[in-house]
Design a protein around this ligand. Sequence first.
Ligand code: F6R
Length: 614
Amino acid sequence: MCGIVGYVGFRSVADILVDGLEQLEYRGYDSAGIAVKCDSDIKIYKSIGKLKNLREELKNHVGEFEKSTTGIGHIRWATHGAPTVINAHPHTCNCGNLVVVHNGIIENYKELKIELEKQGCKFKSQTDTEAVAHLVALKYKQAKNLTEAVRLATKEIQGAYALCVMHNDYKNTVVVTKRNAPLLVGIGEGEFLIASDVPAIIKYTKKAMYLNDNQIATITPNSMKLIDKDGIEQVQKIEVLPWEPVALSKMGYKHFMLKEIHEQPDVVRNNLSGKLHSATEPVVLNEVKLDKETLKKLNRIQIIACGTSLHAAMIGKYLIETFCGIAVDVEASSEYIYRRTVTDENTLVIGVSQSGETADTLTAIKQAKARGSHILIITNRPDSSMAREADSLVPVNAGIEVSVAATKSYIAQLMAFYLLALYMAEVKGSLDNSLVQSVKNELMLLPQKIEQVLANTEDIQKCARKYSGTKDFIYVARGINFPTALEGALKLKEISYINATGYAAGELKHGPIAMLDDTMPVLSILMKGSIYEKLLSNSEEAKARNARMIALTNSTDEKLNDLFETIIRVPDVQEFLSPIIAVIPLQLIAYYIAEFLGKDVDQPRNLAKSVTVE
Ligand code: F6R
């Protein structure tokens, strides 16, 4: 997997493909390649590492392809086989006449490979994708038609895929199809652009068609024919993409991650706009399509998500249970999908995902939907596959997030949960009015408070420098900030590769305390409120084992100076809203440590922005 582009039209194709891939490169990848249809044959160019290596490779061959106007390209995030030139896409059949790029995972590729080898296919790579190239080529021998060959092949392929296929017999044609992986076709004048995500094509057109699962499109410069898996012709809605051509610019920041952290006050403002008018008016959440009577009776919610979105979900659980008195289960999507989960038409199932494409969450959502549950999706991508499955769609409007490490999309997801929990509490009448009003007042003050944190980062930078040599890092918190500890630790390990773990502080003494000594930094997220004193005691216990104690706090309590060797202070904030204020310094600590260590902050090794494989 990672990103696909394709082009059929009148422009010189190589630049379009590489430009398109560049727009997808923020998603994380380890190699890249393109195939272009030249006069007599299809030429393939590949390289490992960044796209600049592919550009260099192309410079050596310009004369070969400059007139070519049809091609496909791919950036790969290795799943089957190491990141090598041989494993990079496009892949070919034995004779090289047929080329394929693929996102997703072919689950039965081993069985296919055995069968294909029996029929004389010689595999060059370790990828699952190569099986598709050989399979379609064999079908082409029978069918003598590329679309039909793709259709027949997809009947034998199991798993998730978005595929683009070209054949040397076809001068200007690309055939595309998909199942459980995103693919869209941008429609221009005398040209079509194919991509796994909008940024790759938005410079050329805002008109596009999203393929449904199992549809196959045969695309030439002046036509696009769409059929379903049975060969029956289809008509698909053409949509106007709600996107502006964005130059993915860092706006003067050293990294996208830092820019995105600094965008968070505006993200909060955007999310409040139109939904929260004043402390005394009810929250407006027209996106929730469950009628109020059903909401009042609702007694069970499941929230499913992965990674950072899972941490937002955990805070969502805390809010909904506290504000609405409804039982909420939170589960990692990858666990949810492989057991018998109890859900039905009386359960509200909430899927949380910044990309809206995470394969595990998408599968989980589909399973719950099949059992009749109402599906509410919280996502930063209202045009994503998950959004398309939603009964209620709550877009979080964080704007495009380029850095692989999620920051502003996390804050936006949290905002969605605050508004949702308040909205449901108001419908149910489950929360004291004065508390509702005070939470709303605090919500409206959040942007200025985040700005205050962002305006004073010297202590955070000093702290990052001081602990950047550590091999391990522990984050502890309790209550609503336990997920903040998990998120702080996740941010640090993702971009600095330091082994960081978040614990519920009460759990320290049940095992992790054994690891503490004078080399171990322990960061306590010590926000004032119901659990403050308890966490202080847990911090004392860690201090007694000589750990290097750090406090992140909104308390001005003098006695903290004796307990902690480093203190990062944040503006005062109500306990319910403290996860938003507390996570900002943690994002920054992770950022500055990674930056100080010279890591690739925006594209950490081994990670992808949108994980479209299970
Ligand atoms: C961490 C991060 C990942 C994602 C996870 C789920 O910074 O970005 O942990 O949160 O891969 O992705 P989404 O939210 O797109 O479903």
